[in-house]
Design a protein around this ligand. Structure first.
Ligand code: PMP
Length: 354
């Protein structure tokens, strides 16, 4: 193509798409990858068995339209009814669909900063304006400032990515009570904090709680996310999401993991909780001050995060660097895994700091 026809092709997309950059953090394979908050002990075992023994019809035929078997299993897991659950291709899909379902193009989506990096991208992808509201100095959400935006959608993430901090129950309640539109509460890391706002979401008219099987269940590759709320809320997300978003393999494997692997999940969550405290203590020994985490990762402020992450990567350990986070500065986000993995991470970090 000539340069002129390339320019023509570029202009075919929505004008607002020019302001969107493709989400593409460094995913170059690395010996030890502690950069994406996945389960470093592996996948829920029943899911692995299901995939290995799957019938070819799971590939040949279309899956169920809206994954009813998985919905029922998720409802049991969370403590709601199947009519209170919508599934999706990862919780990314549920978030994207919800942002599309509950606002008109041109409306605002308010979100804390720093928080999940995909939210402003999903907002722009759907023709909405993201409005970033800095976390307070104590890293709680700023309920009043979020409400003052008048945004049609208010997003909150608790435990928050990348800080690992919880939003206080009082602040969450204030946002839900005062919001003019929907509140999306992202509980991707709920299992590691022992919280479960999803259970009471059906009783609230303006709340959608979003969850995932990518973290505690170790199934990020299968792409299973879900949302919980009143039947009218989840029905709107389901319409926006469309049919066939959960593959037949994902539905079967996820359903079986929910049935058989609760103990496996609970045991690994307990290990994460224990090891993240031990890891934080070790970071303290290096003179660092990690932020107290309620998730399966730890955020630790450092100077020159990019260059430290690059040097750790050179010694085979990938962590996620952030530059200039609001109120925090440069920091590394490090997933928690088995202790020998964390020891290797600590020695790579020690070398990089030196
Ligand atoms: N929400 C938060 C807060 C996340 O950190 C992530 C993944 N990093 C997601 C949602 C999306 O996860 P998934 O699409 O794998 O369910």
């Amino acid at each position: 193509m000539t340069t002129a026809s390339r320019q023509d092709a570029l202009e075919l997309a929505r004008t607002s798409y020019r302001a969107i950059s493709l989400y593409s953090p460094d995913r170059t394979p690395c010996e030890l990858d502690l950069s994406d908050n996945t389960n470093l002990w592996g996948a829920a075992p029943a899911a692995v068995v299901t995939i290995r023994s799957a019938a070819s019809s799971a590939l040949t035929r279309y899956p169920a339209l809206y994954a009813p078997g998985l919905k029922a299993a998720l409802a049991g897991h969370v403590g709601v009814r199947a009519e209170n659950v919508v599934t999706g291709c990862g919780s990314d899909d549920v978030l994207d669909s919800a942002i599309r379902a509950f606002a008109e193009p041109g409306d605002r989506v308010a979100h804390p900063e720093p928080s999940f990096a995909m939210i402003p991208i999903f907002a722009r992808m759907n023709g909405l304006d993201p409005v970033a509201i800095p976390l307070r100095a104590d890293l709680d959400i700023d309920a009043d400032a979020l409400l003052a935006t008048g945004a049609r959608i208010i997003y909150i993430c608790s435990p928050n990515n990348p800080t690992g901090t919880l939003a206080s129950p009082g602040a969450i309640e204030r946002v839900i009570d005062g919001a003019p539109g929907i509140v999306i509460l992202d509980e991707a890391y709920a299992e590691f904090a022992g919280v479960n706002a999803a259970a009471s979401a059906p009783a609230r008219a303006r709340l959608l709680v979003v969850r995932t099987m990518s973290k505690a269940f170790g199934l990020a590759g299968l792409r299973i996310g879900y949302g919980c709320g009143a039947p009218e809320i989840v029905a709107a997300v389901e319409k926006s999401r469309g049919p066939y978003k959960v593959s037949a393999l994902a539905e079967q494997a996820g359903t079986n993991a929910l049935r058989d692997d609760r103990k496996w999940v609970d045991a690994h969550v307990r290990q994460v909780v224990e090891l993240r405290a031990r890891f934080a203590t070790e970071l303290g020994e290096l003179g660092l001050v990690p932020i107290r985490s309620h998730a399966n990762f730890v955020l630790v402020p450092v100077e020159r995060a990019q260059s430290i992450a690059a040097s750790m990567r050179a010694s085979g350990v990938a962590v996620r660097p952030f530059e200039g986070l609001a109120g925090i500065g440069d920091a590394l986000r490090i997933s928690i895994g088995p202790w020998p993995v964390m020891e290797r991470c600590l020695s790579a970090l020690r070398e990089a700091l030196a």
